[in-house]
Design a protein around this ligand. Sequence first.
Ligand SMILES: Cc1cc2nc3c(=O)[nH]c(=O)nc-3n(C[C@H](O)[C@H](O)[C@H](O)COP(=O)(O)OP(=O)(O)OC[C@H]3O[C@@H](n4cnc5c(N)ncnc54)[C@H](O)[C@@H]3O)c2cc1C
Length: 412
Amino acid sequence: MKLAIIGGGAAGMSCAYLLNKKHDVTIFEKQPMLGGNIRTLNKNVNIDNEKLRKGLFIDNGVIEFDRGNFEYFHKLMEDLKVELQEVPLSAGFFYSNGKHIYTPSRIHDIQIGPFQKMKETIKLSKIFFDYNSFMLKTSLRKKKDYYNLPFSHLSKERVLFWWMRMILMYAYSIPYKDTNNIPIGLALSMLRSCLTFPKWNRIVGGTYTYIEKILESFQGKIRYNSDPQSISRKNGGVEINLKTGEKELFDKVIFASPPHEVLKSLNDPTEDEKKRFGAWKENKAQTLIHTDTEMFQKRKVNYFSADLIQKKEGDAGYNAFLNGLSGIKKNDIKYSLAFNLEDEIDPEKIIHIQKHSTPFYSSEAFKYRNEVIETNGENNTFHVGAYLGNGLHEGAICSALRVSKMLGGKVL
Ligand SMILES: Cc1cc2nc3c(=O)[nH]c(=O)nc-3n(C[C@H](O)[C@H](O)[C@H](O)COP(=O)(O)OP(=O)(O)OC[C@H]3O[C@@H](n4cnc5c(N)ncnc54)[C@H](O)[C@@H]3O)c2cc1C
């Protein structure tokens, strides 16, 4: 069969890998490069080597993968023979009034005396107890009740919710104020995974390395700078018209572009498709790679990892310290990835600014997500993407596997 994949991010490229041996695959990618939110400096994002020396591969997008909760992602990496490395990751939550809370792994790792450790543990234990009982209570409720409601439905203005919303901001690079819109179903599955004390892996050589591995065995076509002007389903197949005036016929189309892009290129959306994709919007996020450590000095801390920083009531950002996450020695230059902390970072110390486009998770958009999955194949049209799962890489790979299975491709 001739298959068109729209979008060369994690889901589109995994799909291409799984279907490539069985079918004739063409990838249409809007950008001049593959990867979507995977942006590895010195790999798919070229960088002036004076800013970042040759041989360093730093992720300015997708960075880490949960060993316990990302089963299919890990199966794919094994299949591709991609080298993974366990990385240290712990979180610190910094309030605008100067106070902080550390997660158990941070309390374990930081070099402070036993009395100080005990103080940190007591501080954490209250919130941790609250967290566990909140999770227990929500798990006892019938899913139907609350699955699609916005997180604000549960959210109260107390420390526990501030804490949880900070985690959601970090996980989805969504502005803190908008974390209240995240559907409870998605929020809870993310927050529950924190209770399993996740352990993290990185991809040696940067996340884009696995896309390079996929390309080694890919025999199909890739069309860069190529977002179809219109896609029509007709005569039992799919016609793709490009902005250049070219036209190509396929048997099936697989949308691997974000959900807010789907209706833009569909020439003949059905009423059901309009309903399923009409409420999806774009979340525009910007992350920076920088070498400024002033924000830690300001907060009198000398241990950095994943730090969630409240700027003022209702506004926050995060800073992920990258040396450990990128295989760079601790005593080297200190690299970080920051979100919504531009006002704290010296512009001279910024190496790269990356604009991301992700789905804006809202309860209106989420309402028809299961229907999208259940109707895959209707009208010779399929859908894959992280948004059809946990919003992260595991979701992207699982969605690709589902479609591969339906089309007789590789299954892991
Ligand atoms: C800053 C940041 C950090 C993240 N960190 C992690 C992490 O550490 N671990 C993790 O698991 N997840 C992380 N994520 C989540 C990440 O988005 C997903 O894991 C995954 O990369 C999403 O893949 P995708 O293929 O669904 O979508 P995308 O990556 O958005 O890919 C969609 C592709 O479609 C293309 N496209 C869009 N419109 C069109 C069109 N009309 N025609 C053709 N092509 C089109 C886009 O250019 C893009 O290449 C992070 C996200 C962000 C923003």
